[in-house]
Design a protein around this ligand. Structure first.
Ligand code: SPD
Length: 353
C-alpha cells in the first residue's frame, strides 16, 4: 500500500471510532457522592453500550434547588423518601411504569410497607441511610456513643455536624427522648422545638462547622476527631483507616430511604429504567452493598452475601438501635418553613426565643 492509502485507512478508522463513540448514549445520574459501586456502573456501561455520567449533590435541598433552577439534563435522581412528595408536587419526577422494572420483585416488603403509594409510584428504594458518628479512637478518650458528645468542650473545634436541618433537629430530638414528628404537635410542638434548638445551640458552640462535604476527608486526615455523618460514608473511611471507628448513638438515629427516580424531563428514560432495574438485579445489588457499605433493601441480594457482610453492623444496623431510631418524617410546606426558621437560628448561633 502506498503512504497515501495507509493514511486513508487510518483516517477512516479514526472517523469510524469517533462516530461509534459519539453514538454511545449517555445516562446522566444525579446522586450522593460515593453512593454506587464503580464496578456496577462499569458493568452497566458495558452491557448497555453507554456511558454513565454522575454528578453529585450533598443534600436533598441542593438536589431540589438545582432542579428548581432549571437544572435539566438528568435522567436518574436519588432523593431521600421524604422529598418525593415535594418533587412530585413540583413536577420533577416521572411516574414509573413498573412493567419496565421486573427486578422490583426483589424489594424487601418491610421497607416498601413504610413508604406510601405516591413515593412508590414515582421512585424505587435504593439504600437505607442511617446518620451516626465517626470518630478517631486513638485521639478521643472515653468515647460515648451519644449525640451529646457534641457537648464535650475538650473536643471543641475538632468536631463537625451535618449541614442539614432535618438531621440536626432530628438528632437533638432523639437526644431529648422525642421523635422528630412530635416537634410539629399542635399543642406541645413549640415547647419541644425550643428545647431542641437550645440543645443544638449548645452543640454548635463546640463544632468547627456544619459540613456535608469534607467530614470524610477531615476525619481521615485527623483534622476532625468526631463527625456526624452518613453511615455508608463513615464505613467507607473506617474500612481504610484503623484509627477510626463509627457508632450509632444509643439514643437512636434518623433513618432515610434514599430512592431512585426518573427525572420528568429525562432525555434517556428507557436507559434510566434499565439502570434502575439493573441495580436491583440481586447480583448487582449485592455488589453495590459490599462496595458502598450500605443496606439495599433487596431480599435476594441478601441471600448472596457472605455471612461476614450480613453480620456487619456498619451496614445492617443493630436491631435495638433501629428500634430506637426514626424514619425521617415528611414535612408539609408550612412545617418545613417553621423548621427552616429554627434552623436559621441554630446556624446563626441565635439563642433568642
Ligand atoms: N454519600 C452517601 C450519603 C447518603 C445520604 N443519605 C442521605 C439521607 C438524608 N437524610
Amino acid at each position: 500500500m502506498t503512504k497515501k492509502s495507509w493514511l486513508a485507512v487510518i483516517f477512516a478508522l479514526c472517523a469510524f471510532t469517533m462516530v461509534g463513540c459519539s453514538r454511545k448514549k449517555v445516562l446522566h445520574v444525579y446522586i450522593w457522592a460515593d453512593y454506587i459501586s464503580p464496578e456496577v456502573v462499569h458493568k452497566f456501561e458495558k452491557e448497555y453500550n453507554c456511558r454513565v455520567q454522575q454528578d453529585f449533590f450533598d443534600s436533598n435541598e441542593m438536589l431540589f434547588a438545582k432542579l428548581q433552577a432549571g437544572g435539566t439534563g438528568y435522567d436518574v435522581l436519588c432523593p431521600s423518601h421524604y422529598f418525593i412528595h415535594k418533587m412530585v408536587g413540583s413536577n420533577m419526577l416521572m411516574k414509573l411504569d413498573k412493567e419496565k422494572l421486573p427486578n422490583l420483585m426483589h424489594l424487601d416488603p418491610q421497607v416498601t410497607s413504610k413508604l406510601d403509594s405516591t413515593v412508590l409510584d414515582y421512585s424505587v428504594p435504593y439504600f437505607m441511610s442511617y446518620t451516626g458518628l465517626g470518630y478517631n479512637k486513638k485521639l478521643v478518650e472515653n468515647f460515648e456513643p451519644s449525640w451529646n458528645i457534641f457537648l464535650r468542650e475538650d473536643l471543641k473545634d475538632r468536631m463537625t455536624l451535618l449541614d442539614d436541618f432535618s438531621e440536626i433537629i432530628g438528632a437533638a430530638a432523639k437526644q431529648l427522648g422525642y421523635t422528630a414528628a412530635e416537634l410539629d404537635d399542635p399543642v406541645e410542638g413549640d415547647a419541644k422545638m425550643a428545647e431542641v434548638v437550645k440543645l443544638a445551640l449548645e452543640w454548635r458552640k463546640n463544632i468547627i462547622k456544619f459540613d456535608n462535604e469534607q467530614y470524610k476527608n477531615g476525619l481521615a486526615t485527623g483534622e476532625f476527631l468526631v463527625v456526624m455523618g452518613y453511615f455508608s460514608d463513615l464505613s467507607q473511611i473506617v474500612a481504610e483507616n484503623e484509627d477510626l471507628a463509627l457508632a450509632l448513638p444509643k439514643e437512636g438515629c434518623m433513618m432515610s430511604c434514599d430512592m431512585l427516580a426518573i427525572s420528568a424531563n429525562a432525555k434517556e428514560p428507557e436507559l434510566a429504567y434499565a439502570f434502575i432495574n439493573f441495580v436491583h438485579d440481586p447480583v448487582n445489588a449485592a455488589q453495590n452493598i459490599v462496595d458502598v457499605y450500605a443496606n439495599c433493601p433487596n431480599i435476594n441480594a441478601m441471600l448472596l452475601l457472605d455471612e461476614e457482610v450480613r453480620e456487619d453492623e456498619s451496614i445492617f444496623i443493630d436491631e435495638d438501635i433501629a428500634a430506637r431510631s426514626e424514619f425521617m418524617p415528611e414535612l408539609s410546606a408550612e412545617q418545613e418553613e417553621r423548621h427552616l426558621d429554627y434552623w436559621q437560628k441554630i446556624k446563626a448561633g441565635d439563642a433568642s426565643k
